[in-house]
Design a protein around this ligand. Structure first.
Ligand code: ATP
Length: 433
């Protein structure tokens, strides 16, 4: 049996993963077993009405069998899941269960529209792909749930059933894990040094610390009960890693299986086919020299055989803007990012620079071969003339430097600007080995 939960929090507080923890504790208390790791499923990162990271939670539960797996602790007691679900689970009453958790929903925020979905079987996978890559209508999901004999509860607009259903539909083809610690206290210390140490102690973890920007990535900045979260590819390493972080006390931790760092949101496309709110991979030629606009954003244009589109490395992407700034027209690139705005603009997460050959940069006008003075330009691409003796020279006689950039290959935004779904290069490289 599956439960999906979404849209329970606001920017002022709470977190759907905490509602997930409380749900698990309640299910266990009601005599159910948790099956497998709970799931934190990130959906379309370009949805305008998301609170933060567009994450929904799915929990499988029922009668447990097979291996017992530690998935967390609560007030010092271990929380376990089972590797398999046995037939014949006790009957589940959604309304009764909802009474246990709905007190946590932050319903006074107009953007918070919680939804809970209960389904005896997994929902069809296409719903996940639609919800991670495009915009899904509430009515469409309701019809699908009714046809799948799933039950659902909507609070206010109930938009949360979209994410809740999509999280049940996720098949975990490319997955990572995150251990989240929770505290409701105001004392929220997490040590930088112990987060930095994770990189060497546990190489299967990633995005712990941003060295370039001295940013502690395991600690959220927003109002949330999450004290810190460590991401990794091996759940047993996360169980050990969480013990090594020095922080204020926390009441619980929980390991989620997630589609974070999967790149599932990205679709390879031709420029003509790009639509707003999608995330795309586009291959093209740089058409315009990158320009810096107020606010520190860097913008350039690429084109393919079907059209052209703007690409942006926004200010929060920090040092990543330097490599983008060194592109010149004619370079070939593959850009990765979400599409927003009017005109449509790709908000860069990664770039693969396929071909960026050395180019000649004019550094001075030629010297007059007769009198030795610097000549002056007659006009753009029209050559030079000596002011004193009238001698003329062509464009190619100016003094040039050869600029070698060494920028071919992959570049990504720094950890501080990383999107949950974006696959870090570290993981792309691990896969190649
Ligand atoms: P929370 O931690 O509460 O989940 P969040 O940043 O994940 O915060 P939500 O508050 O859940 O954002 O808001 C996202 C809303 O968008 C949810 O109601 C969810 O059902 C809905 N949603 C998610 N993906 C899509 C999609 N592809 N199309 C339409 N709506 C979506």
């Amino acid at each position: 049996m599956y439960l999906g939960i979404d849209d329970t929090d606001s920017r002022e507080g709470m977190c759907t993963t905490y509602v997930g923890l409380v749900s698990i504790l309640n299910l266990i208390e009601d005599g159910y077993y948790i099956i497998g790791y709970p799931r934190l499923v990130r959906l379309n990162p370009n949805i305008p009405w998301k609170t933060r990271g567009n994450g929904a939670v799915a929990i499988r539960f029922g009668r447990g069998a097979g291996e017992r797996i530690k998935i967390g602790t609560y007030k010092g007691e271990d929380i376990y899941a089972y590797s398999r679900e046995k037939k014949g689970s006790p009957r589940f009453r959604l309304e009764e269960f909802a009474d246990h958790i709905s007190g946590l929903f932050v319903v006074e925020d107009e953007n918070t529209n919680p939804g809970i979905v209960f389904s005896e079987k997994k929902l069809r996978e296409f719903l996940y792909w639609r919800a991670v890559r495009s915009v899904v209508e509430l009515e469409e999901v309701e019809t699908l749930l009714i046809n799948s004999k799933a039950e659902y509860l909507k609070f206010k607009l109930g938009r949360g059933i979209i994410g809740a259903a999509a999280s049940i539909a996720w098949r975990a083809r490319r997955k990572t894990y995150e251990v989240l610690t929770y505290s409701r206290e105001s004392d929220r210390y997490v040590s930088h040094e112990s987060a930095i140490a994770l990189d060497t102690l546990f190489p299967t973890t990633f995005d712990n610390y941003d060295y370039q920007n001295e940013y502690l990535a395991i600690k959220p900045n927003s109002h949330t009960p999450v004290l810190f979260g460590i991401r990794g590819t091996v759940p047993d390493d996360l169980l050990k890693a969480v013990e090594t972080v020095e922080s204020s006390p926390y009441e619980a931790f929980l390991i989620y299986e997630t589609n974070q760092a999967s790149d599932d949101h990205l679709v390879r496309k031709k420029i003509r086919d790009v639509r707003p709110y999608e995330s795309v991979i586009l291959r093209g030629r740089v058409l315009s020299k990158p320009r810096r606009i107020p606010g520190g954003h860097v913008i350039f244009k690429i084109g393919d055989s079907t059209g052209s589109i703007e690409c942006a490395a926004y200010e929060p992407t920090k040092q990543f803007r330097n490599v983008v700034n060194s592109l010149v027209p004619g370079d070939t690139v593959e850009v990765y990012g979400g599409v927003r705005g009017d005109p449509l603009t790709v908000n860069l997460e990664k770039i693969f620079i396929e071909h960026a050959p050395p180019y000649r940069l004019k550094i001075a006008n030629p010297r007059c071969p007769v009198c030795g003075r610097r000549m002056e330009s007659i006009g753009r691409n029209r050559g030079y003339r000596c002011r004193r003796c009238g001698t003329r020279a062509g464009e190619s006689e100016a003094e040039y430097a050869v600029v070698v950039r060494n920028i071919e290959g992959f570049h990504e935004v720094p950890v501080i600007a990383r999107r949950h779904l974006s696959r870090p290069l570290k993981l792309m490289e691990l896969r190649k080995q």
